[in-house]
Design a binder for this molecule. Structure first.
Ligand code: NAD
Ligand code: MG
Length: 403
């Protein structure tokens, strides 16, 4: 346990990762203190968090929600919480000197700038938001080393790989005798479904993940295997690996969270019950360990572990992500942007499940790859891919599957 308490800024406090982080913090009130909590729209949840954890600061999306929150806190005798709103306030809490640790748990591209702000302030950054690395991996990792930030992966697979690598693994995997990274995937709820059956999948079916309880966007990504594609890109940047050094292994029980293969034939695996509180507690306490509230793994109850190859014909998103990483430059940012548009359209009932991969592919085919040498270029390509995906979506030929 750390000698003095860590002060934490929780970006995306009301989401699935945000709630799990608060759960771990609440188990160790002497070790961790919530300095700031942020949310986009969920003002009721942010109010509950402020009342329960008494952070110094809270940030919400709009001015009217901030006013509502201020009034409610005042009524409850907690008018001392400093409430602010909007993107500038988000960047400000991310870099605030009062906190030493930032949990980056905003969903999607919106998480990029606040996460980068925390990195540039040299914080310990607990990285759940994978999109920041997918969009701007090279720039992001440069900023981590330039500003002396400590980056700890929270995505369960990357956290597992991190745990299976030597403590100081910087400087190339091969220097440490690593031959490959084995990224496990549950295969999602439709692992055994035929292509015909996949055509009729509904949002609620896609969001019902068999092993993990997560937000809706990432649940859909898990069902299409785009989540694994984004994680492949994330792994390449985090661990300085080429796309050909990362192998995806479908493992339906989600007990092995990922593995590292070494040149002598050793494969190290990190195992546990599928519960995000384990990687979150790891990130908070690193390099020590604290209890996370997670049940011990009962291997007799699990009884068997299965592994199989992913089927990229039924789940083409994985291939699209690998191709984008191989193409390099702004291709992964365009892939991510097109996917965000496609998933939202699917959740809104405007696109079929298989249409998600088709829309991402069509967007990438019509997109030029540029060198991702500045944040402006990345954000410009992100916006361009979104517009293009929206335009394709409106085309009747696309909706009918002929595009
Ligand atoms: P979620 O949708 O449950 O929560 C997202 C949070 O971000 C909420 O607090 C929301 O208020 C905030 N937010 C949304 N849009 C925003 C915007 N435009 N500006 C500012 N804040 C905004 O998401 P989640 O499932 O907790 O995932 C968070 C991140 O962690 C994602 O990048 C996801 O890929 C990653 N992740 C999640 C899990 C999981 O188990 N949920 C596992 C691994 C990685
Ligand atoms: Mg994951």
């Amino acid at each position: 346990m750390p000698s003095s308490s860590r002060k934490i800024t929780l970006l995306g406090a009301t989401g699935s990762i945000g709630r799990s982080t608060l759960d771990v913090i609440s188990q160790h009130p002497d070790a961790y203190e919530l300095y700031a909590a942020t949310a986009h729209r969920s003002r009721e949840s942010l109010l509950d968090i402020c009342l329960r954890f008494a952070p110094a600061r809270a940030v919400i999306g709009t001015e009217s929600d901030a006013e509502w929150l201020r009034a409610k806190l005042h009524e409850a005798g907690r008018g001392d919480v400093d409430v602010d709103h909007g993107e500038a306030a988000l960047l400000d809490v991310a870099r605030a000197a009062e906190a030493d640790t930032v949990m980056a748990a905003i969903i999607g591209a919106a998480g990029l700038l606040p996460t980068l702000a925390a990195v540039e302030a040299g914080k310990r950054v607990l990285l759940a938001n994978k999109e920041a690395l997918v969009m701007s991996g090279g720039l992001f990792m440069d900023a981590v080393s330039r500003h002396g930030a400590t980056l700890l992966p929270i995505d369960s697979e990357h956290n597992a790989i991190y745990q299976c690598l030597p403590m100081q693994h910087r400087g190339g995997l091969s220097r440490h005798g690593v031959s490959r990274l084995l990224l496990t995937a549950s295969g999602g709820p439709f692992r055994e479904w035929s292509r015909e059956a996949l055509e009729a999948v509904t949002p609620d079916q896609a969001c019902a993940h068999p092993n993990w309880s997560m937000g809706r966007k990432i649940s859909v990504d898990s069902a299409t295997l785009m989540n694994k594609g984004l994680e492949l890109i994330e792994a390449c940047w985090l661990f300085d690996a080429g796309p050909d050094q990362v192998e995806v292994v479908v493992h339906p029980q989600s007990i092995v969270h990922s593995m590292v293969g070494y040149v002598d034939g050793t494969v190290l695996a990190q195992m546990g019950n599928p519960d995000m509180r384990t990687p979150i507690a790891y990130g908070l306490a690193w390099p020590a360990r604290v209890e996370a509230g997670v049940e011990p793994l009962d291997l007799f109850a699990v009884s068997r572990l299965d592994f199989e190859a992913p089927d990229e014909a039924r789940f083409p998103c994985l291939r699209l992500a690998r191709e984008a990483m191989t193409a390099g430059g702004t291709a992964p940012a365009s892939l991510n942007a097109a996917n965000e548009v496609a998933v939202q359209a699917f959740l809104d009932g405007k696109l079929s499940f298989l249409g998600i991969a088709r829309l991402v592919q069509a967007t990438l085919e019509a997109t030029e790859v540029r060198a991702a040498d500045s944040l402006d270029v990345v954000l410009c390509e992100d916006a361009r891919a979104r517009q293009l995906a929206e335009r394709l979506l409106r085309q009747r030929s696309f909706q009918e599957g002929r595009a």
